[in-house]
Design a protein around this ligand. Sequence first.
Ligand code: PXG
Length: 460
Amino acid sequence: MNVPAQLNRLTEDYQKSDAAHHIHAFVDQKALNAEGPRVMVRGEGLYLWDSEGKRYLDGMSGLWCTQLGYGRRDLTAAAATQMDQLAYYNMFFHTTHPAVIELSELLFSLLPGHYSHVIYTNSGSEANEVLIRTVRRYWQVVGQPQKKIMIGRWNGYHGSTLAASALGGMKFMHEMGGLIPDVAHIDEPYWYAHGGELTPAEFGRRCALQLEEKILELGAENVAGFIAEPFQGAGGMIFPPESYWPEIQRICRQYDVLLCADEVIGGFGRTGEWFAHQHFGFEPDTLSIAKGLTSGYLPMGGLVLSKRMADALVEHGGVFAHGLTYSGHPVAAAVALANLKALRDEGIVRQVKDDTGPYLQKILQEVFGGHPMIGEIQGTGLLAALQFAEDKTTRKRFDNENDLAWQCRTFGFEEGVIIRSTLGRMIMAPALVATRAELDELVEKTRIAVDRTARIAGKL
Ligand code: PXG
């Protein structure tokens, strides 16, 4: 595999320059500078190559986003054609363009019928920023302006900007830059860690009832919406028990609280359904989308609104005081359109549901079902988490589970596979175009990394 000429600099040269100028995401920059980041230079299908020529099977679709894998010429062609035709135009001057119109048409043909409008953004964080303003605006328009409070979940992740990180429940993020007013949190439905003696079903209901308690504590007349990921992504790929979502939906309806699903990771086929809420069987009022919308080829996100909300805003809301320079960017829209067409016309989402998804779950059970290090396997479609456990019968987790998971991830890199570690869980979310052979390789290399970790932990 040839590395393009402009990338033919020494790795240390890149690393030195990167260290001099760049603050990376979620790292101790000083420690990273000492270690030197891997310089990724090429991607094709599920594979990545670094500047040393080492090849990796990307088990994380970049950051849960490259649904179609790398190097799709139809997406790059869509971008080039759109750039030639109309590289940019805005949505402010009573103007629009065909790319964004066709994208919306296709998007709503894929969504359940009770959604009707979308507000485009450049990212998932922005989608959730817009969510707060839109939800509050909705309640103003329908005559309940005091309904302002958003409830999120501890350990949820909704983005890195100020309001999005406040909606999320990562306390170490709140400590950097603070919170915003009128946001509250309830516990995450992480049975393996917090379920104690309760059955998953009892625990799921208990966690959902916390929402009711919080709404009553704050006053239903003050609560605007509840936001959650259908399954928790960055916080550990945690599936709630089956009893959770029906109860949450009941509570939101009973107290007239908008149910806001963050589909940034779960959307666009990850679970084998187009959207994760369809897999879990509930009906949100809003959907935050990003990532898989463009397969990560260009930044784009959005906030999808139910017809009920959109009708109120459009018919009675007057001027909607929001807009980004790049809302509905034509090139991003053209890429998103090509991406969604490919996911639909090549039957990729269906294949995840009927073939590759069940296959991945089956081989994970075969390889890790009896593994001494793994206490639980959660997943569906092309999405899975392996929970490390010190004692499987009592669900005792390792005291140093974070370190062990990080070590496992590092072993993965050494073995040529990229999997993600978080809180004692190893996560995989490969591109939706993965073949059975690639899934075999993903699981086999992950097994080697987990075995090496198990040796360190004294489990093998
Ligand atoms: N909502 C959810 C559910 C996400 O997972 C965002 C919003 C924010 O999207 P943007 O496009 O603003 O990043 C995300 C992002 C990880 C990881 O390590 C996950 C995300 C971002 C970075 C790292 O799992 N998800």
